[in-house]
Design a binder for this molecule. Structure first.
Ligand code: NZE
Length: 389
């Protein structure tokens, strides 16, 4: 008997094991716009659909609280993501966003479920496959009403609203494995505040290790090394756009960014996104690094309520050695008050993870493509050029 998630996912256009070699690369099901249902899916009694306006403080607060209390936890249920309202507005109000792709479910005015989509153009395996699709994220159902099968209804409803816009593919990530990952990536952590990581139970000491020895081991210089390293400004948008688009062509899965999108995703926002550029003579920008702020609530700890985590975003090193650029990222993150710096083993991250003393995390992050068969069944993490927050 299939588990509940597999029951649902077997009904979806995702290649399953034995179809793998039969399917042609490209869309699995051809969408027919005329056949898309025009009205929202039915909900169980007292539940109602609700388009969330994240610009509205009250509604943003409702989404914030739902996620803070009910969203993703680590495998040992010690930490839960605590995305801030400013972060959610950054992540979910990009250029071209659709108002009906931020979907809430309410019971008596209380938000009990949420799912989001943003429009993206994904390049898949080669320049020809430029596919307009949705990037799905923040699927969350209140802990108290799980097992009502609300999650599949949220997925089907956002699928319907994407189909109505004549888009037939989606990209998303999850810590769990359901049919059928296109890539299984791993996350790594670099300690910045060894003492706190041990006190919250994120890191543990082996017999021969002491807190002070760990602090010495992970100690960082006060200031970055790379000359010309400074926070990104609006005037850098054109050069950063060129550097980023050129770099991402190295991968099998990547977005192509307009200058407007680079402005949205990379101009620094306090406590949300930090981007630093390396400016050489005559104002030439040769490299940049970026990381985003995603604290985790420490679920039970007498001394700390949060773990301050910086997550590697996009880093392009054309003149500065990548290890040096990322060493500077660690120093900058430490100086901004972070306890840990996280990174996936995607893009060129393998080149710096070991040398900069990142330790493997206890789980993985799986990438999924909805309604698309790849030429190659799976992609290696280093072929992935997209970061989903
Ligand atoms: C991507 N985005 C969709 C959120 C998301 N969903 N599911 C996840 C599973 C793992 C990671 C992840 C990605 C990178 C990383 F360095 C550490 C991670 O999780 C650590 C475990 N953890 C969970 C909560 N607090 C700590 C993110 C996610």
């Amino acid at each position: 008997k299939l588990s509940k998630p597999h029951q649902f996912w077997q009904t979806q256009p995702m290649p399953n094991i034995n179809e793998m070699d039969k399917l042609q690369p490209g869309p699995i099901q051809q969408g027919v716009l005329a056949e898309v249902r025009k009205d929202p899916l039915n909900l169980i009694d007292k539940f109602e659909w609700f388009n969330v306006d994240l610009r509205n403080d009250e509604q943003a607060q409702q989404v914030y609280t739902l996620l803070k209390e009910n969203y993703v936890e680590d495998d040992d249920n010690m930490f839960r993501f605590d995305y801030s309202i400013d972060f959610l507005r950054w992540a979910l109000l990009p250029p071209g966003q659709y108002a009906d792709w931020l979907i809430g479910v309410r019971v008596n005015q209380k938000l009990v479920g949420f799912i989001s989509g943003i429009p993206v153009t994904l390049h898949i395996e080669n320049e020809q496959n430029k596919v307009k699709m949705t990037e799905i994220n923040f699927l969350c159902v209140h802990k108290k009403i799980r097992a009502n099968r609300l999650a599949p209804v949220l997925i089907k409803e956002i699928t319907r609203r994407v189909h109505i816009k004549n888009m037939w593919q989606a990209v998303y990530t999850a810590g769990i494995v359901v049919p059928t990952p296109i890539s299984q990536t791993r996350y790594y952590h670099r300690s910045l505040n060894a003492k706190k990581l041990i006190e919250v139970g994120f890191s543990s000491l082996s017999a021969r290790q002491t807190i002070s020895r760990q602090q010495k081991l992970y100690k960082l210089p006060e200031e970055p090394k790379t000359p010309g390293l400074r926070p990104m400004k609006k005037k850098d948008v054109a050069q950063v756009t060129k550097l980023l688009n050129e770099y991402l062509k190295n991968f099998k899965l990547y977005f192509k960014y307009t200058e407007e999108e680079v402005k949205h995703w990379f101009i620094p926002r306090k406590d949300v996104i930090s981007t630093y550029v390396v400016e050489k003579e005559q104002g030439v920008v040769t490299d940049f690094l970026s990381f985003y702020n995603l604290p985790s609530q420490v679920i039970k700890n007498p001394k700390y309520t949060h773990l301050k985590a910086a997550y590697s975003y996009y880093n392009v090193a054309t003149q500065t050695p990548i290890v040096q650029l990322m060493y500077d990222a660690l120093i900058l993150a430490k100086n901004e008050g972070y306890d840990v710096f996280n990174a996936l083993d995607i893009m060129d991250n393998e080149k710096f993870l070991k040398e900069l003393m990142f330790c493997p995390g206890d789980g993985q992050l799986n990438y999924y493509l909805y309604n698309w068969k790849l030429e190659s069944n799976m992609l290696k993490p280093e072929e992935i050029g997209i970061v989903l927050v």
